[in-house]
Design a protein around this ligand. Sequence first.
Ligand SMILES: [Mg+2]
Length: 442
Amino acid sequence: MFAVKAMPVNDPSHGFCRDCLGLQRGTGPRCHACGSPRLLRHAELYKLHLAHIDCDAFYAAVEKRDNPDLKDKPVIIGGGKRGVVSTACYIARIHGVRSAMPMFKALEACPEAVVVKPDMEKYVRVGREVRAMMQALTPLVEPISIDEAFLDLDGTERLHGLPPALVLARFAAAVEKEIGITVSAGLSYCKFLAKIASDFRKPRGFAVIGEAEAVGFLAQQPVTMIWGVGKAFAATLEHDGIRSIGQLQRMDRGDLMRRYGTMGSRLYHLSRGQDDRQVSPEHEAKSVSAETTFDTDLGTSADLVPVLRALSEKVSARLKKAGIAGRTVVLKLKTQDFKTKTRNRQLADPTRLADRIFQTGMQLLARETDGTKYRLLGIGVSDLSDDGRADPPDLVDVQSRKRALAEGAIDVLRGKFGRQAVETGYTFGKGRNTRPPEPLDD
Ligand SMILES: [Mg+2]
């Protein structure tokens, strides 16, 4: 069911039961105390403190929790006739349904599936509850999406009276009991391997990758397991005859850097299980963006510009709400044949203004409106910081200053009377061809 075949070697002399947390001696298949088969054993179990926690089929799990009729049915979260699957529950996955699969394909694979429209507000609310429980374990929680985060539990043993491994098992049980959904945990000595581990035994999984086994384990895995190696880059590596991480382990750093630039350096280190990235709680989001899949493909500025405007406003609203700003504007387009283009431009100062995001997006979009038809348009900002230094008065461009002032006034009105109270010229009467973005989740 999952790409990972090889499991880390377990040391039979160390372990505990994930259900009753009872310590285990010997090698029996079931817990001495409660009889559960969910035992965790590993030689480095009590040494490791870097964790990755990921909710299982999160959106689907929340819907099943709230509607018991769905419990034993295949459930797909998604919508729209040209939409994609946001989340498929594990029953739907057995039928071959996957995240990001076009909806019509998903329903071909599993015609009996129950399709539920995503309720993002609810998922955000539940995600926050899970996060609050994580933050009770350690201040070092780095969320990477609505339902997953890295946790550094180093130095928390005295606080909890338990080593990190047991704290995590207790946490997983508490989430099931108090929130009514399940999580999977990965425990290792670095972020890269903690994230891989959390994916091992989903759902309700708990896997450990220790230092001693890291290189040997990675050697057998495909290059796509490396953070940052997507389909396109994997194809480049494949062209060069490189498929496994083991092959990367036999190449020297200079060679990898000559071939692949900074990515070469990443390949060198990660293939050897070397990852010194810290868990940094202050950088919650790496970027803020919004995107839309069209019902019919669009190619002209007349069609695309209003969508860009609406999405820029959405991004701006999120930035303002979070009190952050971004310095790099990123435009994303997906062509009819599913090729993704991203174009970005760095600004002189961080911005949170819809107009600045939109104007920059327009410049990037102008070069891409060459008759090509697109099925998706997205806009966002990265290089995030707090908004203290965002959007200084622009003495050169008086017009942009005026627009910033006008935008402030619009925000005030919308705050008082709601979003629909003020329509800008670009979005008025448009937008029927668009629908809200459908985030993906595993
Ligand atoms: Mg998840």
